[in-house]
Design a protein around this ligand. Structure first.
Ligand code: NAP
Length: 346
């Protein structure tokens, strides 16, 4: 019989609420934000499950959150971590109990207990049973990036654009969208800031990779835009570079902002383009997509996400895997390597 724990070791938040800062995601040390310690697990409310963690991913949203720069306030003393995979070992209510002993991918909302822990609490409703043949590395990041990739790629497909531009293109999310472009014959144009990232993105299916720090970037961008005529910019950086790329795009171009990796805001210089070229700026947030997308459609897309990972069409690239107990020492350094995801394991 499984012993049900009442406490967990976790990376807990040291601060409350919002910070009012917009610093970006570099960390000298995790000490100002996190503390590794044992905390009491909340007792399960109706519809909640207790999960024995196998692996948790670290996304930019987690890092913005612990800095007090995300869409909801921090809770001092609570475990951090929005997403992971593990086995359900207890549940409250019929549906929650029917999931006991299943391996699930999940996210944690403000009413749960975070995934950067040995045990996490979340709602059974957000738990996604995972196929046996899906790796923990892929299941730990099943929700946030893969579903965003599918949803934003639909924006490209529905716009009937033959190509699309991505900033911060070496991110895990952009690697997934690059593969979607490759598989659907829609040319991905990747913008990065390091030459060494180009070869791998071309191998994954990018048609063009441009280094925004290169001396001839402007000219290369102009030539690529003239040739490919991309009408969608999927933008995680939201800075002056993004605004300049958008200004170079053709009629009816749409700038879809889904991240703010650079704290510097852009200045818009070409307001006439909104009038005469029918250009548009909009945002994308997965939370809203969940609210707006019918449940059956979500289930279909989740099935497709798992099939893509299992078949090898997609892969989560991992740069480091760190034990929770070592995270306060090792995490800040590991996050400096941006070639792949850092994963946490108990
Ligand atoms: N809106 C939504 O619903 C939603 C959902 C999922 C993800 N997101 C966003 O999607 C983005 C990517 O997430 P991820 O998990 O795939 O990221 P990731 O794998 O952790 O990669 C982050 C990437 O961002 C680049 N980067 C960081 N700061 C930058 C800057 N100032 N300028 C240019 N590039 C910069 C890094 O490039 P270098 O190698 O050059 O450092 C790295 O390749 C994040 O902004 C995240 O918040 C949004």
């Amino acid at each position: 019989m499984v012993q049900i724990p009442t406490e967990t070791f976790a990376l807990t938040q040291k601060q409350d609420g919002y910070s009012g800062t917009s610093e970006g995601l570099t960390f000298e040390s995790m000490d100002p934000y996190l503390e590794g310690k044992t905390i009491a697990l909340p007792s399960l409310a109706e519809g909640q499950v207790l999960i024995k963690m196998a692996m948790a991913s670290i996304n930019p949203s987690d890092l913005h959150y612990i800095k007090g720069e995300y869409g909801h306030p921090r809770v001092k003393g609570a475990a951090a971590g929005f997403e992971g995979v593990g086995e359900i070992i207890a549940g409250a209510g019929n549906h929650a109990q029917s999931l006991i002993s299943k391996r699930v991918a999940f996210t944690v909302g403000p009413d749960g207990s975070g995934a950067w822990a040995e045990y996490a609490v979340t709602s059974a409703a957000v738990c996604i049973p995972v196929r046996d043949d899906m790796r923990n590395e892929d299941a730990a990041g099943h929700v946030v990036n893969p579903l965003t990739a599918m949803a934003m790629f639909d924006i490209v497909r529905n716009a009937k654009s033959g190509s699309f531009i991505m900033t911060a293109a070496n991110s895990q999310l952009c690697k997934l969208m690059t593969a979607l472009g490759r598989d659907n014959d829609i040319a991905p144009i990747a913008i990065v800031r390091r030459d060494e990232q180009a070869a791998h993105l071309l191998e994954l299916g990018a048609k063009n990779v441009l280094n925004s720090t290169a001396a001839d970037f402007k000219e290369t961008l102009r030539d690529v835009i003239r040739q490919e005529k991309p009408r969608i910019l999927l933008d995680a950086v939201a800075n002056q570079l993004s605004a300049d790329i958008f200004a170079s795009m053709p009629n009816q171009a749409r700038w879809v902002v889904y991240g703010k990796l650079d704290p510097q805001p852009p200045k818009l210089q070409e307001m006439g383009q909104f009038i005469f070229m029918q250009k548009q700026i909009e945002g994308f947030w997965l939370t809203r997509w969940f609210m707006a997308t019918p449940r059956e459609e979500q289930v279909r897309i989740i099935g497709e996400v798992q099939a893509r990972f299992v078949s090898g069409q997609w892969q989560t690239e991992v740069s480091d895997t760190i034990r929770l107990k070592n995270a306060m020492n090792d995490l800040a350094q590991a996050l400096r390597n941006t070639t792949g995801k850092v994963m946490l394991i108990p």
